[in-house]
Ligand binder design. Structure first.
Ligand code: NOJ
Length: 507
């Protein structure tokens, strides 16, 4: 392994296949659609793609309820389509991460059908059955985390929907079967996995009631048990036995950076973990300053490599969170792509998309997350490249002006800004792997220096809706500005309203 493996230097792009691109006109995106649009991802300059689940699924939770881990759902295509996508991505120099969902299967998975068929079925213990429920609550507005099974007269555990029974990872046969799943995809050439709710697999063996559940919080928001670490160590060992720096990035959906840091283990668990406080953060300098300082303190001191995420398929898009402002969204792009750690982009943020407006009639997701899952507008003219049936969700607002087609042709578009920032990262070791130091600045400005050897960059983000003065020693010039005034010129210290700048030493 080199000093900095590829994934530390990478930018990762999340594809949500249902809404990326539709090749067969059924109104739902598919793998061939992804393959046909890989050029867009390659042109953005990213290094890897993470695909949200495409396995066989009854789609109670949009594919996070898997009924066969070793097959592709017909909605998305076939195993051959997946192989073709992998081959094409690799040909273009893009790595591919799949979503691995270890915590639960679908209730339609053969394992669960067997498990629920009788109390003495050999697979009974593959899931978690109890005579009495405790007070644990499920996520996705699903109420109790326990569902009564009429036939065998016990409750089974599900931290998400009743259609997503939790696997029992304390059973060695489950571990073995799930390791086989990982091998199946690693053997096919997948470059790693994003691990769904990695912190949920280990459960309290006492099944003790929890006060936070009594207060209405789902257990998956804070479950944090030692056994999850053991499971992750087993998975890491397996993945490390493959050549090619395969990577594990875990969804540790606990809003505490200190606790997230534990999931890197002693470099024997996750390679990277998501850290979600910035994903909830409004456009606020105090909140962001805290988030960034926390990451530097909690992860920096244990040499755990950070990740940065502003949007994903589970949360309101950040443009919407920032009050719909394109100016803020552009400034946020400068921040996201210059902090220390691996940025994860969510499809469509490079177009500046906001959440789609969902009505009770168009709602699909029981968890209310449809707004961020709207189809990508490829072409300016309706139906925006989605010929055939009406897409499964409405388009986001301003689909025509924000379409990839328009953004491609428009010099100052947010898409061009993302491309330039990513290409600057590639050029600059400081931005990719350099250290991070906060610089003194007015309270509404977040400013930092990145440095590796002789390469030094400075970034300043003005969160205020009016100009600010930011003084910095030495002579600097503006490489990239979110609002493009001043680019290529000496930096005067003036930051426009909600403007972010990337500076390099004047030559
Ligand atoms: C996290 C996934 O990102 C989300 O979409 C899903 O509903 C839950 N885990 C359950 O798998």
């Amino acid at each position: 392994m080199t000093e900095h493996p590829w994934w530390r230097q990478a930018v990762v792009y999340q594809v949500y296949p249902r809404s990326f691109a539709d090749s067969d006109g059924d109104g739902v995106g598919d793998l061939t659609g992804v393959r046909q649009h890989l050029g867009h991802i390659r042109d953005l300059g990213v290094d890897a793609v993470w695909l949200s689940p495409v396995y066989r699924s009854p789609m109670a939770d949009a594919g996070y309820d898997i009924s066969d881990y070793q097959d592709i759902d017909p909605t998305f295509g076939s195993l051959e389509d997946m192989d073709a996508l992998l081959a094409e991505a690799h040909r273009l120099g893009l790595r591919v991460l799949m979503d691995f969902v270890p915590n639960h299967t679908s209730d339609q998975h053969a394992w669960f059908r067997e498990s629920r068929s009788s109390r003495d079925n050999p697979k009974r213990d593959w899931y978690i059955w109890r005579d009495e429920p405790n007070n644990w609550r499920a996520a996705l507005n699903a109420g109790s985390a326990w569902t009564w099974d009429e036939q065998t007269e016990q409750y089974y555990l599900h931290l998400f929907l009743p259609q997503q029974p939790d696997l029992n990872w304390r059973n060695p046969d489950v571990v073995e079967a799930m390791h086989d799943v990982l091998r199946f995809w690693l053997d096919r050439g997948v470059d790693g996995f994003r691990i769904d709710v990695a912190h949920c697999v280990g459960k309290d063996p006492e099944f003790a009631d929890d006060q936070r559940c009594a207060a209405g919080e789902p257990l998956s928001d804070f479950n944090d048990q030692p056994y999850s670490h053991e499971v992750l160590r087993g998975i890491r060992k397996l993945v490390d036995s493959y050549p090619g720096d395969r990577v594990l990035v875990g969804e540790v959906n606990i809003r505490s950076t200190r606790r997230v840091a534990k999931y890197y283990g002693a470099n024997d668990e996750l390679h990277m973990s998501f850290n979600f406080p910035p994903l909830d953060a409004p456009w606020d300098p105090v909140v962001f300053r805290m988030c960034v300082r926390e990451v530097e303190k909690e992860l920096g001191t244990v040499a755990a490599w950070p990740t940065w995420v502003l949007s994903n398929h589970d949360n309101e898009r950040h443009r919407t969170r920032y009050g719909g402002s394109m100016r803020r969204t552009r400034a946020a792009a400068v921040m996201l792509l210059t902090l220390r750690g691996t940025p994860f982009l969510y499809q469509g943020e490079e177009l500046g998309l906001a959440n789609a407006v969902i009505t009770p009639e168009s709602q699909v997701d029981p968890g209310g997350r449809d707004g961020a899952r709207a189809p990508l507008p490829w072409l300016a003219a309706p139906p925006h490249g989605w010929d055939g049936k009406t897409p499964w969700l409405p388009f986001p607002p301003d689909a025509e002006t924000l379409s990839a087609q328009r953004a491609n042709d428009e010099p100052g578009s947010i898409l061009q800004l993302y491309r330039r920032l990513i290409s600057e990262r590639r050029r600059s070791e400081a931005l990719r792997v350099g250290d991070w130091t906060e610089l003194p600045s007015p309270p509404e400005v977040l400013a930092y220096r990145r440095r590796a050897g002789d390469d030094t960059r400075i970034v300043a983000i003005n969160f205020a809706d009016h100009p600010q003065q930011f003084e910095v020693d030495g002579r600097w010039q503006v490489t990239i500005a979110s609002e493009p005034d001043g680019e290529g010129e000496p930096f005067t210290g003036r930051l426009g309203a909600e403007q972010a700048v990337l500076l390099e030493p004047s030559r």
